[in-house]
Design a protein around this ligand. Sequence first.
Ligand code: ATP
Ligand code: MG
Length: 765
Amino acid sequence: MAENTEHSSDFVREMVARDLHSNKHGGKVVSRFPPEPNGYLHIGHAKSIHLNFGLAREFGGVCHLRMDDTNPTTESLEYVSAIQRDVRWLGFEWGDKMFYASDYYPKLYAYAEKLITLGRAYVCHQTEEQMSAGRGTVVEPGTPSPWRDRSPDENLALFRKMARGEFAEGEAVLRAKIDLASPNLKMRDPNIYRIKKAHHYRQGDRWCVYPLYDFAHCLSDAIEGITHSICTMEFENARELYDWVLRAAECDEGYPYLPEQTEFARLNLTYTVLSKRKLIELVEGGHVKGWDDPRLPTLAGLRRRGVTPEALRAFCHRIGVAKTLSTVEIALFEHHVREDLSPRSPRVLAVLKPLRVVIENWPAGEVETLDAPYWPHDIPKEGSRPVPFSGELFIDRDDFMEEPVKGFFRLSPGREVRLRHGYIIKCERVVKGADGEVTELRCSYDPSSRSAATGGRKVDGTIQWVSAAHALDAEVRLYDRLFAVEAPGADGRDFKLDLNPESLSVVRAKVEPSLASAKADDRFQFERVGFFVVDADTRDGAPVFNRTVSLKDAWTRAVTRAAAEAPSAPAKAPKEAAKAPREPARAVELDATAQAFKDAHGVSADEARLLTADEGLRGLFEAALARGAKAKAAASFLSNEVVGELRARKLTTAPFGGDAVAELLALVDESVLASKGARDVLGELFAHGGSPRAIVEAKGWRQVTDTSAIEAAVDEVLAKNADAVGRFKAGNANVLGALVGMAIKATGGKGNPKLVTELVKKKLA
Ligand code: ATP
Ligand code: MG
């Protein structure tokens, strides 16, 4: 499947493009993915990997893989190897840029001593309770520790004593000396070093003191020359401390810039937990069978379940990157998995709940070999396999009803059904056991009805089957959602209470004989059932299959249904209908105000939630609408760009209003500005106010739509990057994004991205 390598336009990419444009970091993009090796990676990490490695790829930079290993008690080599394997599997490569924060301990320690010498850190002996009481509250300033004003010399001697192991754990910590009245509680003399007398998986027993995240992370970034340090929203409050440490420690690692932190919203998924602590609890508590249990959202689990890296990347591309917290429906992920698997999974026959069928008019002992194509008509692939047809078959129990309900078009007494690739059969008689259960169907077949390209007679239903004498026994593991409710552990209850007791059922199935040669990781679609992958537990002739995903696509169905019901309204995010959740939906439900707003303006749920929660944003939205802006464009611009740009600023004091927003959106609409230009103008509006049109003219930011000017830039970039062009021609589609990025940069960031992309593609063709 063609992968979308075009630039997504999100606020992070736009920021990076702007920074490249202004030469902020000397024209470099150095990002990093910094997992702590205390667990396996999950689908939320995939979002972060896709973003960090994607940025490097698209903007011609590099992305480091860094183990953020500053906590000796939870980390291990097993986790390091698992993380490396999973990042590679996802399709990303760090080359020689593999780093460990633990390698920086000597440097970090030296920076701590420097802070002490400069009077910017002190050793404190308060207990944890005393410290947190002394921190004050949002409305009251903190109270100083009695140790706050010791001299640098005294502190230095004490810190060295800590480092030599002469204090017990908890007897002393190193605190930054910042501001006990800061409105940001993170700035009220946070701990930066603590004593831990534990064995570190790489450093052994060399160290008795370990740096805390807020101290170690920014300095590690600076040591590696990271330009863009991207993390999730929980760290927003920590950004001020990040900047403080770098400046207070007078950090100088030889780069002409310091790293900068930017936050984006973490991925949350319905029916899923993504906190490592909870995943560890599930693994260690035996609720699942290890980190690669196919029910887990870990990358190892998803891989074993049969999900491909391509499907994960397509999903990450689709959900994009924003600051607004939202919960993505698991059905959307499953939709991408199906889209990806369909063209790569040959169709085969398998019967999960076998019911014996005897064809009474079949010539005794005869076996006919049918030539069955692997692919349906709409997938342009060749290939078929022989499938034996005989007088005794298995069909699925669910494809028979003794007393058919209305709308049931499969087999029932006196009725006909077509056997896929084979004949039409008619149920003549039902055989039952002593308990009244149906044990066998006696049928007849129509010898003239064999299905072939030329057709044959049509009946309402077609079902799968296997020949009883030839079928292979297979173990089939049917996975369902690990949790029975949309928001496991909501309202503070134990998330384990929400586990779905039926998340795994194992059945003994009958599958067609061609599957005897299936090897681990081979993928198939069992016709009418779902997508399956061969599990590593498979032994010679005894295949084990995992269900990756069933065939029903709740996402597509609901989107289509919503569109059909209300042709003018936007498609609603569907609620998975397959399993009735035991609890009402919470995390993704809108309140009445937001729902009314969404219905009135046709905007997304996230936008409605955000705009109704903030008076300033809502006011801007309404003012922009009154000036003629379109609702959808205005909602999207406000929730992404304006919210992205807000950061520490306040909307209430911003020197512009809805009229400026409307004018700016009109400029985008008229193609005078691309999204990057719109952001630049927005930056100006926040700084000085004014008229967007006047700003564009004064700054010369009108985007270039003149093809010859763009062409010159594209030619120049292609000529300078012959090796990248070579790689593209050799089949590496990923370099396209980087070339487009460079070409946009060569137009001074003003080239219309769509035109640039088209031209680059044309020239490479
Ligand atoms: P915990 O689950 O205990 O909070 P963590 O998920 O932060 O741990 P890390 O190993 O520190 O675990 O994560 C590495 C990187 O992945 C971090 O930069 C983090 O922001 C990012 N990340 C973690 N979870 C998600 C998520 N759900 N969505 C997007 N990014 C994530
Ligand atoms: Mg973390």
